[in-house]
Design a protein around this ligand. Structure first.
Ligand code: EPU
Length: 345
């Protein structure tokens, strides 16, 4: 990637359409919009009150116009920040495309992020919701991040403990900082282990590797298998606008899980280390009759019921109507509440 052009300015523009910047392609305008290409540009916005930090827009529902400042993160940079006997430390500028960054680490022979290939979005957003797929969460490969504290303008480092990662969760979400723009992530460093072990037990991934006749996959082969599975099941936002999984997989207590299993013997259950049990939201949505079903111009995808798609011309209002209808039917059938995964602006 090229370094920022010296003439490039972060001066905000007014009344900018955000439709091209969210993968659900929902309409909405920003009162003010600035494209941020260097850490130093952020200090100019320290006084701003209403702020939203936008990455790849792949986890966002625009509910209408936003009467504040949108900071669109485009800070570039991919470097080897360090190396020791145990690991390589690869750093990404917050604006780097996540998938391209993952492929870059693999091409250099640094394994560890392969399971997270083809996840849309930017590197800076990855730790905010602790992106995960095929048995791996980014928090497991995370070393640290740098962020600008928008109250003081100072740069703060967060190590792994400070991020308090959970399932699709981090301190940034827990404290609501992802909504207020309190800390703006400028760069993220990943710890990529030299004594690498494949993570290849996840059913879809194991099946794809078996079909390819690969018993002991290397990182590149895992990435290729993940890419193939995702292409088969998940719609490409460039062709069919979507925001990936629209709901989190709900976690219930063990008693509820076993009662549900008795009533629905083929219900998939994923026991968690804390004793709770994760359910497959896609399964619940499919069994509630929503797989491949539309409500107005929005619908639940025919190959993965957990993905909400914009069939053309949907607005945030349409998306919310569909979300509520799906939540209502899943609650009526299974007594389980579905929590949306994206951020609503
Ligand atoms: N299932 C159905 N019907 C469906 C979809 C799924 O019955 O329409 C069943 C599957 O057969 C399987 C189970 O539900 O038994 C789980 O499905 P899958 O393996 O496709 O994964 P998921 O739980 O639906 C999660 C993540 C995805 C991630 C995949 C693969 C969440 C909310 N979603 O989906 O993440 O790619 O696992 O690891 O945790 C995202 O967050 O945007 C995302 C795409």
């Amino acid at each position: 990637m090229c370094p920022p052009a010296p003439t490039e300015s972060s001066a905000p523009r007014e009344n900018v359409s955000l439709a091209p910047f969210n993968t659900l392609a929902l309409p909405g305008r920003a009162g003010r919009y600035a494209r941020v290409t260097a850490d130093g540009q952020l200090v100019a916005f320290v006084g701003d009150r209403r702020r939203f930090v936008l990455g790849g827009g792949s986890n966002l529902v625009l509910t209408g116009d936003f009467d504040g400042l949108v900071l669109h993160m485009a800070i570039p940079g991919r470097t080897l920040a360090g190396e020791d006997a145990e690991a390589w430390y690869a750093r990404a500028g917050a604006g780097e495309n996540w998938h391209d960054f993952v492929q870059w680490t693999l091409a250099r022979g640094w394994p560890g992020l392969e399971n997270l290939s083809l996840i849309p979005g930017t590197a800076g957003a990855a730790p905010i919701q602790n992106i995960g797929a095929y048995g791996l969460e980014v928090g497991e490969r995370f070393h640290s991040l740098a962020a600008v504290d928008m109250r003081s303008g100072k740069t703060v480092d967060f190590d792994r403990a400070a991020c308090r990662f959970g399932y699709r969760d981090s301190v940034f979400k827990r404290e609501g900082w992802h909504l207020t723009g309190r800390f703006v992530v400028t760069g993220v460093t990943f710890r990529l282990p030299k004594r690498w072990q494949p993570v290849a037990d996840y059913a879809d991934l194991a099946g794809e590797l078996a079909e390819r006749g690969i018993a002991r996959p290397d990182a590149r082969q895992i990435a290729d298998a993940v890419i193939a599975v995702r292409r088969r099941k998940l719609p490409d936002p460039a062709r069919l606008p979507n925001a990936g999984s629209f709901f989190q997989n709900p976690r219930v207590d063990a008693g509820t899980a076993s009662r549900l299993r008795t009533a629905f013997p083929d219900l998939p259950l994923y026991p968690q280390p804390d004793g709770r049990v994760k359910l497959a939201a896609g399964w619940l949505i499919e069994r509630a009759g929503w797989k491949g079903r539309d409500l107005g111009p929005a619908g639940m995808y025919e190959k993965q019921a957990l993905t909400l798609v914009n069939r053309g011309g949907a607005t945030g209002v349409d998306v919310i109507a569909l979300m509520r209808a799906v939540q209502r039917d899943v609650r009526a059938r299974f007594g389980v509440d579905l929590t949306p995964e994206p951020v609503f602006l």
